[in-house]
Design a protein around this ligand. Structure first.
Ligand code: NAD
Length: 482
């Protein structure tokens, strides 16, 4: 059934999950399907008292799950998600406008996160230090052990991967016996509620996870400053990330912010492979990934060939109805976002860039767009363009490529297409980013591996299941005389 056939009775009316309790509120936020603009659900606007109650319950609860119990809950949640793959993918498509291809992929990633978190829950990463290492040493040992935080974790997530962003915060919290209050994006709040119910069903004590939705202007400050909060983990844009950095005083902060990732194509590259990586890196998830390819830096010797291939791959992409299983790319999050891309692309064209494909908009649907002859100072590449735009910048040599690449405020990830070890060595050393992927898209990673950026993209603390679990713990040491 398509969304056009949904009857009003089928509009989903969600409740807050305060420690598992469903709480409805008269004041709601409407969730719309970006492709048609129809309202598909409502979520409550939490009051300040709702938020405070969630923290109170979390603070007063002391989790006692064994490693095996945490493993079982996470694995069971993974099984439930796998059995509801199609339904959850449809829901994410409804709230985000992402194509079914993208949302099926996203639900698969969520299962990976649960699998890794479950397995990491079984791993004791304690250390042992012998103390007789120096002349004034003693015959003792220092042991380390990880403990959950004393207080509560606040998690705030963006719209672009409605389920995966949420699960990357919740699963490591469960794996480490922490309590979390999470606020998903008000644009895509539905899958967070589904995930919470799945975890409760899998056996998670409900006090360990509350989900609240609301107007950030009303409830965000409470979530950032509440005395029972020990750590704020945030994924989203730079502006709000920096606001949190200033607001959440004396609380640990994990800030995963925007990106402006390049793909750098050297003259020795396999140009066909590079164009394929560039197109998929630019258009997957409608270009709305922090690690999407947002700038294409191409050596002038291969630029003509690269651009020709990129245009062909862009035109071969099927975009449109997100529910059609053959559609590669659905809408972006909303019409204002699509209008913004239109405007920065217009500005680039006025400044001398050449439009080679796309740049057609209908509502929140924006065609995959190729721009050649882009200059580094143009808005479309100077700032993060969080949509399906492929701006090509030509360069002469590796020095210029590195200079352009490092010339924005961001430092999240990167892709380099070359087989030359001298080039690769320089890119790994000199690109000011969190990741360098050789002959892969910037977004390539395992859900387990360290991930995160520097400069305006983050403070250098990483996410990925393993790193998130580390940062959600206190390390206690104790020493024994043997
Ligand atoms: P956003 O910054 O607008 O919103 C993110 C979240 O912050 C939402 O839940 C929103 O309700 C909340 N929020 C709004 N005002 C707040 C306030 N005053 N205090 C606290 N929270 C507040 O981001 P978005 O538009 O949802 O997502 C897109 C951005 O996220 C892009 O910049 C993208 O690059 C970035 N992102 C980064 C990563 C990463 O891992 N580095 C991953 C995905 C997305």
């Amino acid at each position: 059934m398509t969304v056009q056939q949904l009857k009003p009775a089928e509009i989903r009316h969600e409740a807050l999950r305060i420690a598992g309790e469903k709480v409805y509120r008269d004041e709601v936020i409407e969730v719309t399907y970006p492709y048609t603009g129809e309202v598909v659900a409502t979520v409550p606007k939490a009051t300040l008292e709702d938020v405070r109650r969630a923290y109170r319950i979390a603070r007063d609860y002391k989790p006692t799950l064994t490693r095996y119990e945490r493993y079982r809950i996470l694995m069971r949640a993974g099984e439930i998600i796998a059995s509801r793959l199609d339904e959850i993918s449809r829901l994410i498509t409804l709230e985000s406008g992402l194509s079914r291809k993208d949302t099926l992929y996203e639900v698969g990633r969520a299962s990976d996160v649960l699998l890794f978190a479950a397995n990491q829950a079984l791993v004791d990463d304690g250390q042992v230090f012998s103390c007789d290492l120096t002349h004034h040493g003693k015959s003792r040992k220092v042991y380390t052990t990880k403990e959950p935080l004393l207080g509560v974790i606040t998690a705030i997530t963006p719209f672009n991967h409605p389920l995966n962003q949420v699960i990357h915060k919740v699963a490591p919290a469960v794996a480490t016996n922490n309590r979390m209050v999470l606020k998903p994006s008000e644009k895509t709040p539905l899958s967070a509620y589904v995930l919470a119910d799945i975890l409760y069903e899998a056996g998670l004590p409900p006090e360990m996870l509350s989900i609240v939705t609301g107007d950030p202007r009303e409830i965000a400050d409470e979530m950032l400053t509440h005395p029972d909060v020990d750590l704020v983990t945030f994924t989203g844009g730079v502006a709000i990330g920096k606001y949190i950095a200033g607001k959440s005083v004396y609380k640990r902060q994990i800030l995963e912010l925007g990106g402006n990732d390049p793909i750098i194509v050297m003259e020795d590259a396999d140009v066909e492979e590079a164009a394929t990586l560039a197109a998929s890196g630019s258009y997957k998830n409608s270009g709305q990934r922090c690690t999407a390819v947002k700038r294409m830096l191409v050596h002038e010797k291969v630029a003509d060939q690269f651009v020709e291939l990129l245009v062909a791959k862009t035109q071969a992409l099927k975009y449109g109805d997100p529910m059609d299983p053959h559609t590669d790319m659905g809408t972006v999050i909303d019409e204002p976002a699509a209008r913004h891309f239109e405007q920065v692309v217009d500005e680039a064209i006025a400044g001398g860039a050449r439009l080679l494909a796309g740049h057609v908009r209908r509502g929140a649907l924006y065609a995959p767009t190729v721009l050649d002859q882009v200059r580094p100072e143009m808005t479309v590449v100077k700032h993060e363009t969080f949509g399906p735009v492929s701006p090509v910048i030509r360069f002469k040599d590796i020095d210029e490529a590195i200079r352009i690449s490092n010339g924005t405020a961001y430092g999240l990830s990167s892709s380099v297409c070359t087989n030359r070890l001298d080039y690769i060595t320089r890119f790994v050393r000199e690109l000011n980013v969190g990741s360098v992927n050789v002959r892969e898209v910037p977004g390539y990673r395992l859900e387990l591996t360290p991930f995160g950026g520097i400069k305006d993209s983050g403070l250098g603390y990483k996410e990925g299941v393993q790193e998130a679990m580390k940062s959600f713990c206190n390390t206690k040491t104790y020493s024994l005389p043997w």
